[in-house]
Design a binder for this molecule. Structure first.
Ligand SMILES: [Fe+2]
Ligand SMILES: [Fe+2]
Length: 472
């Protein structure tokens, strides 16, 4: 069961050939997906051979195989984590009942919306990143970009499988619509704000994979707790793929920090722009931006939707199964921020409608771990500076803090102070122009752009100077 059948047109471990109706629906969707991939996938590299991993089993160990593939020939398929015998619902009103193998009728609309919202982010990020290949800092980085792109494509397949298998005709309509919306399009935008932002350069992309893909990890982890078992199993396997995306972001920014520190030490100056490096102040502004737009993805502090998803047993907390409480949360509270004039205070709020904030708190703690590791790199170079996460109220467009302006250090500030300081806090046009000026492609084997250090090791035991993408 853990093995994946690659003899079929759509590789899968869901017994697709036993379900003719579903097989036909997905085989009908497959060429439309490919059309979308050719139109909106990585621009200019579709005919190049890339050293990619493909899932060959869903076992925790050794699930992947690596080989050269042209991206349009990538074997996108349907892979679910193995079924846990006797699994029961772990939270909410149905706690203790057997996990649902079919969609509970009364939750059909809500569940479909959850799946569509998750599914929509997957092709959106491919669209956002489609021009980056032209300015890659190395073949190693180019390959990692394409690996992420094909896997986001696979995540779209994962959600489309659920829609087609469990939601009948409206599921099929949603599957089509997922291929029709476009990131940043005025008439048919993607559903969530951060997925309509541009990813114009590699620094933004590394920040995106660190901060925004990490939102994905937390959403997937809470859907992996779902009482709807097919969703849970789908998300559990997606999380194993997502880990690589987060690695690319964390290690990538770490390599930028590394290079920045080397240049600072060599030149004894903070002003790295003459040297073609990215100074820490610019990095901090990019962190401030990407972190704050990613915080918005968790939604409002108080949300009846979040409470309902939980009570219905559709979306749990992060690591729900490891928590030692009643898993119903009707009589408990959670600490939330509150605005008292221009002071940010805290209050205890009912736990259920506060679930977005709780997930955001888990996310923030996780983000901080990467910052700590980047700061260790800075410290190792004997440089007395630090990168920081801005206050959660900084630059927010959703929830409590959307009403006010908050500085990175957590003060509510006047419009006048915001306007005077925002160029110190957020990337400026000059920053963007400078970063853009660094985006010169480096495609010689084993070479890296000046603004980023090489990685500690290559992919799958290959050396750093391996031909990760065959451009010739
Ligand atoms: Fe994804
Ligand atoms: Fe991802």
């Amino acid at each position: 069961m853990a093995g994946i059948d690659y003899s079929e047109r759509i590789p899968n471990n869901v017994g697709l050939s036993d379900n003719r109706r579903l097989q036909r629906a997905l085989e009908d969707w497959q060429p439309k997906f490919l059309d979308w991939w050719m139109e909106m996938g990585p621009n200019g590299f579709q005919a190049k051979e890339t050293y990619l991993r493909t899932a060959v089993s869903v076992d925790a160990q050794g699930w992947a195989q690596f080989d050269y593939v042209k991206m349009p020939e990538y074997r996108w398929g349907l892979f679910l984590a193995e079924r846990e015998p006797g699994r029961t619902i772990g939270f909410g009103d149905h706690m203790g009942a057997p996990a649902w193998q079919d969609v509970p009728r009364e939750y059909r609309g809500v569940l479909r919306r959850l799946i569509v919202t998750q599914g929509d982010t997957e092709p959106a990020s491919v669209e956002q990143q489609r021009h980056l290949g032209q300015t890659c800092p190395s073949l190693y980085d180019l390959r990692n970009l394409f690996q992420i792109n094909v896997e986001e494509g696979r995540h779209l397949w994962a959600m489309v499988y659920l829609l087609d298998a469990y939601f009948g005709r409206d599921g099929r309509e949603e599957s089509e619509a997922l291929l029709q919306r476009r990131s940043g399009d005025r008439d048919k935008p993607r559903i969530l704000g951060a997925f309509n932002e541009k990813t114009p350069d590699w620094l933004s992309y590394l920040m995106f994979t660190y901060f925004t893909d990490r939102d994905g990890k937390y959403q997937l982890a809470s859907l992996a707790e779902s009482g709807f078992d097919p969703l849970s199993r789908t998300c559990r396997f997606m999380l194993t793929e997502e880990a690589h995306h987060l690695f690319v972001g964390e290690a990538g920014i770490g390599r930028v920090v590394q290079r920045t520190c080397e240049l600072m030490r060599e030149s004894r100056t903070d002003d790295l722009r003459r040297l073609g490096g990215i100074d820490l102040a610019t990095l901090q502004r990019y962190i401030n931006f990407h972190y704050s737009v990613s915080l918005d993805l968790f939604g409002s502090e108080i949300s009846t939707n979040a409470a309902n998803f939980y009570t219905m047993g559709l979306k749990g907390r992060f690591e729900e199964g490891k928590k030692r409480d009643d898993h119903r949360l009707k009589d408990t509270t959670y600490s939330l921020n509150e605005l008292d004039g221009d002071r940010i205070t805290a209050r205890e709020a009912p736990a259920l409608p506060s679930l977005n904030e709780r997930l955001r708190d888990d996310y923030i703690a996780d983000c901080q771990r990467g910052l700590d590791r980047w700061n260790q790199i800075i410290e190792k170079h004997g440089i007395g500076q630090e990168l920081r996460l801005p206050h959660r109220g900084f630059h927010r467009a959703i929830g409590l803090f959307a009403e006010v302006k908050v500085s990175p250090d957590g003060r509510v500030v006047s419009e006048a102070e915001w306007d005077a300081k925002k160029h110190e806090w957020l990337p400026t046009e000059a920053d963007e122009r400078y970063i853009q000026s660094l985006m010169q492609p480096v495609t010689q084997i084993g070479r890296f752009a000046n603004w980023i250090a090489p990685p500690a090791r290559g992919v799958n035991g290959r050396p750093i100077d391996f031909e990760y993408v065959r451009l010739a």
